[in-house]
Design a binder for this molecule. Structure first.
Ligand code: PAF
Length: 282
């Protein structure tokens, strides 16, 4: 496995790779890797000839400076995991490499960036759009892999790829869960044991809501029950619990069995912000 730090280094490597045409797969990450990331890596290795992983904690996608400062950095352990997994190249750029000058670039993803994550984390998706574009330009992957846990991010990136005609294919990889259902996240390591137990409310709420909808229960009633459950759990604070169309990410006020739907949740457990989602009819 080779670690590189600049786009220029990659250009050299790519030139050599081009001598025998190969498909290049990219897994963009912010490090602090867990099994969920390794599932993406696994898919990348299986589906591309050359597997590249990027590790970059992107400052422009954090609307909260404290969240950025607290983001775990486990680079040595990450590199060890990637080496063991069989990754070919790891891109670990510096902030100066990715942002030689502060960017003022503004995307407009329309309603998609104004609801759910977009509403609660203003500017977040602009930062994601900027860095993912830069990564796509730097690496020129043929296939890029993203996790279903960040479902709205996937919708944003799909729009980015379509609107800017990036010549690549996007692949979605299912959310990896702990045995009790908690979605794996780099942020989980900031939960203390009591918060870790309380964090289960996210997955439990999704499973409950899905069952209720499938029984024919009204969505707004289900949403109300969940909101109350969060209010009753000390140390938990619900930001949203919404039903959306899975691909376009439009918010539904009622459940329609014929439409591809997902339930999405975001909540604070203590000072740790977690998100999760469950698809109802894929
Ligand atoms: O999902 C993430 O980890 C990040 O948002 C991404 C796609 C690596 C961009 O920084």
């Amino acid at each position: 496995m080779k670690v590189f730090h600049t786009g220029a280094e990659w250009k050299e490597i790519r030139l050599q790779l081009l001598q025998a045409p190969k498909t290049i797969g990219l897994v963009p990450t912010m490090g602090a890797l867990h099994q969920g990331h390794l599932d993406l890596v696994d898919q990348c290795i299986k589906n591309a000839d050359v597997a590249v992983v990027s590790i970059f904690v992107n400052p422009t996608q954090f609307n909260n400076k404290e969240d950025f400062d607290k983001y775990p950095n486990t680079l040595d352990a990450d590199l060890e995991l990637l080496e063991k997994a069989g990754v070919d190249y790891v891109f670990v750029p510096s902030v100066e490499t990715m942002y030689p000058t502060p960017t003022k670039l503004q995307f407009d993803f329309g309603d998609l960036e104004r609801i759910l994550e977009g509403a609660f984390r203003p500017g977040h998706f602009n930062g994601v759009g900027v860095i993912v574009s830069k990564l796509f330009h730097s690496i020129s992957p043929d296939i890029a892999f993203f996790g279903q846990k960040d479902l709205q991010q996937v919708a944003i990136i799909r729009k980015l790829v379509n609107d800017l005609s990036f010549p690549l294919e996007l692949r979605l990889v299912p959310t990896r869960r702990e045995e009790d259902g908690l979605a794996m996240s780099s942020r989980n390591r900031r939960l203390n044991p009591e918060q870790r137990k309380k964090a289960l409310i996210l997955h439990d709420s999704l499973v409950f809501a899905k069952k209720e909808l499938e029984k024919g229960q009204n969505w707004l009633d289900v949403q109300q029950i969940i909101t109350r459950n969060f209010e009753e759990l000390e140390g938990a604070e619900l930001e949203y619990f919404e039903l959306v169309e899975t691909d376009k990410f439009e918010v539904f006020k009622e459940f329609d069995l014929t439409k591809k739907s997902s339930i999405c949740v975001a909540a604070y457990i203590g000072d740790v912000r977690l998100i999760d989602n469950l698809t109802i009819n894929s």
